[in-house]
Design a protein around this ligand. Structure first.
Ligand SMILES: [Zn+2]
Ligand SMILES: [Zn+2]
Length: 324
């Protein structure tokens, strides 16, 4: 099968011809139809998130059809997310926080992922996918959507929600938040009028540059861009009692700030990975909103170009590899 392989950080992905993977007990073998491209893939490529045992096939928003294996009928369409395996026995797993499992293995980092024509996955971590979104358009739900949804959950009952960095995650979360009756304020790169218009078309009531203050204080600010200075910017935009939620796996350093900015029960927190419950909830909610994804497709062998376009913000919404 053809696959794009990460040999080492700092090098582009390499197109390779690999033997088909073989499922072990409890796993499924998938024909990969589409795989979303995520900012985390860029962090792996840049060495900002370590790959413990390269080479590896990246890709953790896999849409595939079951060829063989346990747990699903052949032909079933399933999605494979970032959380690929947990021990199920540690205090985090037992307490409903499998996203924090110290033994967790992640798709496209510890387990070969979906930048390939075939993949194997642990059947317990595969999701059945809703009808109504084709393979390309459902792929971004599997990380951009899921982890964004977890971040929105951490916002509690916040009414005024700021989204900093209006990419793959925010374009989905904006729709969920508006559907939930929240008010959305979108922050893009300064001067990105197209991105701001895109945000308003998805229900944001205000959109501006990340260097601008919102027209009123925010009850929650969700940060999807990997820029630490946004944390202090967002903190200053918060209402008393509000929360800044950092949704990315990596961020540049956060500048120091006066305690006064945090005072009055403002909070800063991160969100890590996902639980299967997050996935089940979002995928059940997707057809009810109904969620619409904006995608830019690339063929498998142009994964490097997709990553470069993501790095430079050259498309709206999400990049997805169209594999078959
Ligand atoms: Zn565990
Ligand atoms: Zn991701």
């Amino acid at each position: 099968m053809r696959a794009m392989v990460l040999d080492a950080p700092g090098r582009p992905l390499r197109l390779a011809d690999l033997p088909d993977p073989e499922p072990r007990p409890g796993q499924v073998l998938l024909d990969v139809h589409a795989c979303g491209v995520c900012r985390t893939d860029l962090h792996l490529l840049d060495g900002e998130v370590a790959v413990p045992d390269p080479p590896v096939v990246p890709g953790h928003q896999i849409v595939g059809r079951v060829v063989a294996g346990d747990g699903f009928e052949p032909g079933t369409r399933v999605g494979v997310p970032w959380l690929g395996w947990t021990d199920g026995t540690c205090r985090f797993c037992r307490g409903g926080r499998e996203n924090l499992c110290p033994q967790a293995r992640f798709t496209g980092r510890d387990i070969d992922g979906g930048f390939a024509e075939r993949a194997v996955a642990d059947a317990r971590f595969c999701f059945a996918l809703p009808e109504g979104l084709d393979d390309l358009h459902v792929a971004p739900l599997l990380c951009a959507g899921l982890i964004g949804y977890r971040a929105l959950r951490m916002a509690g009952d916040a009414e005024r929600v700021g989204l900093y960095g209006f990419g793959a995650s925010a374009h989905l979360l904006c729709q969920v938040a508006v559907w939930q009756g929240r008010r959305v304020f979108a922050f893009t790169r300064p001067g990105d009028a197209e991105g701001q218009a895109f945000a308003c078309s998805l229900g944001a009531e205000w959109a501006g540059g990340s260097d601008e203050p919102p027209p009123e204080p925010l009850d929650a600010a969700l940060i999807f861009a990997p820029a630490g200075p946004l944390v202090t910017t967002a903190l200053r935009a918060l209402e008393r009692g509000g929360v800044v939620v950092c949704a990315g796996i990596h961020m540049s350093d956060i500048p120091s700030f006066p305690y006064e900015d945090l005072w009055l029960e403002r909070e800063i927190r991160s969100v890590a990975n996902l639980t299967r419950r997050d996935g089940e909830e979002l995928l059940a909610l997707a057809p009810r909103v109904p969620l619409r994804t904006t995608v830019t497709p690339y063929p498998l062998e142009r994964a490097n170009e997709a990553l470069d376009d993501l790095r430079h913000g050259r498309f709206e919404g999400a990049a997805v590899l169209r594999i078959r």
